[in-house]
Design a protein around this ligand. Sequence first.
Ligand SMILES: *Cc1c(COP(=O)(O)O)cnc(C)c1O
Length: 408
Amino acid sequence: MSDPAVAIALEEQYLARNYHPLPVVVASASGAWVTDVTGVSYLDCLAAYSALNFGHGHPALIKVAKDQIDRVTLTSRAVHNDRLGPFAEALATLAGKEAILPMNTGAEAVETGIKVARAWGYRVKRVAPGKATIIVMSGNFHGRTTTIVGFSDDEQAHTDFGPFGPGFITVPYGDAAAVENAIDKNTVAVLVEPIQGEAGIIVPPPEFLPRVREITSGSNVLLIADEVQSGLGRTGSTFACDLVGVVPDLYLLGKALGGGIVPVSAVVGNRDVLGVLRPGDHGSTFGGNPLAAAIALAVVELLATGEMQSRASMLGEQLLAALRGLIGHGVTAVRGAGLWAGVDIDPRLATGREVCELMLERRVIVKDTHGSTIRFAPPIVASEQDLEWAVDQLTAVLDELSHRRSAL
Ligand SMILES: *Cc1c(COP(=O)(O)O)cnc(C)c1O
């Protein structure tokens, strides 16, 4: 199928319209670049929302996947498999924790974290039956299941999808005093993204997470870090929590853990918390399958050397510096950490979507997050030249837009 219009028309006819994709039909990819059905290549500065931190078709990951496909792909947890133990050991070690619970998607890791925290609340902290609460942040994004969208304050995420279960209390993101005030005897956990991705790469004040860690430790409340998007190299460290020296009780991981090949997620923590689950309490048919475990083990091995993290940090400094140079030239603000940047476009010039469409014409894939913010999260294997070129394209798009505007 080499006609993009045909491919797009088919998707429009046969898919539910729960996405609004950019008009490019990808047929193949390698490293930081994707190629469409007509043979045109694009620099992928979205990297599947950071699920492709190590790039498309990373040779070490592809090799492991192919080898494992020939051996065994799925067992279910009704029996043991020879890849799950080594993966669990490697991931727990990478995170400095004792154990993991493997799932598939990010939302499932979040759901699992919620269940573990509640079970810990009733079985260890001795919260009265049915009373456990979890503190969450304004502007949060933790996935799309009904429990999770029930505590999202994004109108579109929850409108028409209720009714929702109780047990979540929202406080302003970045406000440690509000967290402290919201805690009572029924609080079992604080659930937080160390940097909010979907909200527009929102970096909280540096004292926020360390203070929340002190508060939660001091009041027998678990700290759960949703690192599904921020973790595994993206911010220039293994976890975004590392940037502020914070160790949560539970890490929620996903996206890049599957190496861009299969969905793999996990909850990582110590025995005193994860150990509250008993056989039959929780599960997943595909969670911990040997194909996923083999690939995720190879991902952890990539991260264990620290090279990906340093590269993200080095490239990210250049990218952020170049993007900050555009402030005042169509850009109103730039936020970020590591190789992860949110760029606020001056709303008088264009919407985020319009900028993304013009960037696509210049062969760069970027995606708007909220209204006028566009996100840059290229694969860590991108070159310095790739990133310089991407910023040049944004500069050209903004110039074009301001000329159009002054011509009005
Ligand atoms: C993407 C994301 C999720 C959900 O992951 P899925 O694999 O899409 O279910 C959860 N939390 C954060 C912070 C995310 O960015």
